[in-house]
Design a protein around this ligand. Structure first.
Ligand code: GLV
Length: 387
């Protein structure tokens, strides 16, 4: 058993164990990947203020996200095709999250369906919803989430169309994977992954196949998004979705203070400052740089979360210090899942929790709820001073 001390250890094992097509899907940004890279490198531009001789005993990372108790301010982000990274991947990740006391959010583009996850877990999970043209599909998706007792809906507003990820096109990404000489040769080297996949019947987009009508190739993410996603989405349409769902609502994909204020106006409970992990608009600012002006614009009007680029507990600490009520991790948990299934997701959460807990202590805090900007050293031109 390898010694895992950081998220990158899980990534190395993940890369060895999972077919290239799915590793590449996870580990890509759009076009030149500038935003994908800066999401992580910009965290390093923020420094933490070390304090000493402060009583560090009796620490707690417990807090709340949208009023729900969490053992640390971290949620598992909705990630498409998670069930291709490891068999029954969404169920495994949801179980690990439940055990750890953090929220799990299921993607519309998941392999395991809403009902599969509900049947195999006890804690309520959150449901991510893409904005499709088909009203009937949308209403049924919200109804299915309600029947599954989901305790929040997350509407993603930054994917009316899909940003181009070169590797997915070159690999012919699909679920289940199309059998070409290249994909078969690669999959034959991923024995554990393949044996796992043989154990499950869940190999298709579980929320789509049998639920969405008129989709010509439901195995292909790119053709499904091109055919079904609503390119004419606007805030009035989002208001209609608000009416379809009467539970807590989170809007994901906000990068501009003006859009953050619009989200307040539609009655959302929280927003996620996110550039979709650098997978949509290449050249957009990193999320951590976009956070402060958004916090300033919304004030206390709405809870603000952050995703994109979070790979460590120190990253979580920095985002929380900037004012985020919680962070979302996508790739960091997928590395664990692909490496070691449910145990790997637990490991990823343990690594991040330990980093958060110890780093918080070294900044002189024993309670995550007291952490504020005072622990941060922010370069003068970090968030503004743009022409
Ligand atoms: C879907 O959400 C993706 O980024 O591929």
């Amino acid at each position: 058993m390898p010694v895992i001390t950081e998220i990158n250890d899980l990534k190395r094992i993940y890369r060895r164990r999972v077919p290239k097509m799915f590793y590449d899907y996870c580990e890509s940004g759009s076009w030149s990947e500038q935003t994908f890279r800066e999401n992580t490198s910009d965290f390093e531009k923020l420094h933490l203020r070390q304090r000493v001789a402060v009583d560090m005993s009796g620490r707690s990372t417990k807090t709340q996200m949208i009023g729900q108790d969490v053992s640390m301010p971290v949620a598992l982000a909705p990630v498409g095709l998670t069930g291709m990274q490891h068999f029954d991947g969404e169920i495994k990740a949801a179980k690990a999250a439940e055990e750890f006391g953090v929220p799990f959010c299921l993607s519309t583009m998941s392999i395991c369906s809403i009902e599969d996850v509900a049947e195999n877990t006890n804690a309520p999970f959150w449901m991510q919803v893409y904005t499709l043209k088909d009203d009937d599909f949308m209403q049924r998706l919200f109804d299915r989430a309600k029947a599954a007792k989901c305790s929040a809906a997350v509407i993603t507003v930054d994917l009316q169309l899909l940003g181009q990820r070169h590797k997915d096109l070159k690999n012919g990404l699909s679920a289940p994977p199309k059998l070409t000489a290249q994909s078969v040769a690669n999959m034959m080297t991923k024995v554990q992954w393949g044996l796992g996949m043989l154990q499950t019947k869940r190999r298709f987009f579980g929320n789509i196949v049998g639920h969405a009508h008129g989709v010509e190739d439901a195995s292909s993410l790119s053709s499904w998004t091109a055919e079904s996603f609503d390119q004419s989405l606007n805030w009035d349409r989002i208001r209609e979705f608000r009416k379809m769902w009467d539970g807590p609502l989170i809007i994901k994909g906000i990068m501009d203070p003006r859009d953050a204020l619009e989200a307040c106006n539609v009655g959302a409970d929280a927003i996620i400052v996110s550039n979709h992990g650098g997978r949509q608009l290449d050249g957009a600012l990193s999320s951590i740089r976009a956070l402060e002006p958004i916090m300033d614009a919304v004030g206390d009007k709405i809870e603000v979360h952050l995703d994109s680029g979070v790979r460590s507990g120190q990253d979580v600490l920095k985002a929380v210090a900037m004012g985020a009520k919680g962070c979302w991790i996508g790739r960091a948990f997928v590395y664990g899942l692909g490496a070691m299934g449910e145990a790997g997701v637990t490991k990823a959460l343990e690594v991040i929790h330990k980093e958060l807990d110890l780093s918080m202590a070294l900044t002189g805090h024993t309670d995550i709820n007291t952490v504020d900007k005072d622990i941060l050293m922010i370069p003068k031109d970090f968030s503004d001073n743009w022409k």
